[in-house]
Design a protein around this ligand. Structure first.
Ligand code: MF3
Ligand code: CO
Length: 251
């Protein structure tokens, strides 16, 4: 069952989302050649707690950190550690918080120093695929219209969309119904109505869409070693159309 949110609930989710946006902004400011992903995690966790929120990922299914840091061929769920960022890397950072009983969830991919034209294009196409999909999120559309919009845009740009992981409803739980696949034919699934809140999160690979999980049981990597990017926003649909709850100046 999809739990539609009241205006009051969306207001609370806006507060949670704002913190997520601020933390992602701080991640962008902190990313530098030589910083470790563990340091980024520490900065994020401190900031989340300073805002009076809790890191949503910490302890979720025993996940050991407050953010996910996925570098280059890592798609999602990379665990922060002693890896130092190098010039030319790209890093996807996923942040989730819980505030006053409600969740916010967002991700973005950043460049470390000067990156290749292909990496730049991958980041731009992934960011744009999310933005285009948000524009489709209007009352009267169906859920799979979103899925189709992401896939079409990504494939027109010769990249591939990851199929094994999907977006999700969000609210009092981090993962609520419905699942939001990033691929599929349009015109299927539930009708979108005011009050629905979705975390839309395209994961885009430069090569094959196929992925596998590493021995740490978390880190998802591309099977062919190609680069991957990830953007995510928590988006509420109201009478006035879609509202991004996790916005920052990044996307
Ligand atoms: N943004 C991811 C998601 O929507 C975060 C999950 S990471 C975990 O599923 F560590 F919390 F599992
Ligand atoms: Co998510």
């Amino acid at each position: 069952m999809i739990k539609l949110k009241s205006t009051r609930e969306i207001k609370l989710m806006r507060e949670a989302g704002k913190i997520v946006g601020e933390v992602l902004q701080e991640m962008e400011n902190s990313i530098n050649i030589g910083i470790t992903t563990a340091m980024l995690n520490k900065i994020a966790e401190k900031l989340i707690r300073r805002y009076g929120a809790e890191p949503a990922f910490l302890g979720y299914n025993n996940y050991p950190a407050s953010i996910c840091t996925s570098v280059n061929n890592e798609v999602v769920h990379g665990i922060p550690g002693l890896r130092k960022l190098e010039e030319g890397d790209i890093i996807s950072i996923d942040v989730g918080v819980r505030l006053k009983g409600y969740y916010g969830d967002a991700a973005a991919t950043f460049a470390v120093g000067k990156i290749s034209p292909q990496a730049r294009k991958l980041i731009n196409v992934t960011r744009m695929s999310l933005q285009k999909t948000i524009e489709v999120m209007q009352a009267g559309k169906r859920l799979s219209d979103l899925s189709h919009a992401v896939q079409a845009y990504v494939e027109q740009n010769s990249f591939s969309i990851v199929r094994n992981y999907v977006g999700h409803g969000i609210g009092e739980e981090m993962h609520e119904e419905p699942q939001v696949p990033n691929f599929g034919l349009p015109g299927h699934g539930p009708l979108l109505q005011p009050g629905i809140v979705l975390a839309i999160e395209p994961m885009v690979n430069a090569g094959t869409w196929e992925v596998k999980v590493l021995e740490d049981q978390w880190t998802v990597v591309t099977c062919d070693g190609s680069l991957s990017a990830h953007f995510e926003h928590t988006v509420a649909l109201s009478e006035n159309g879609p509202e991004v709850l996790t916005s920052s100046s990044l996307s």
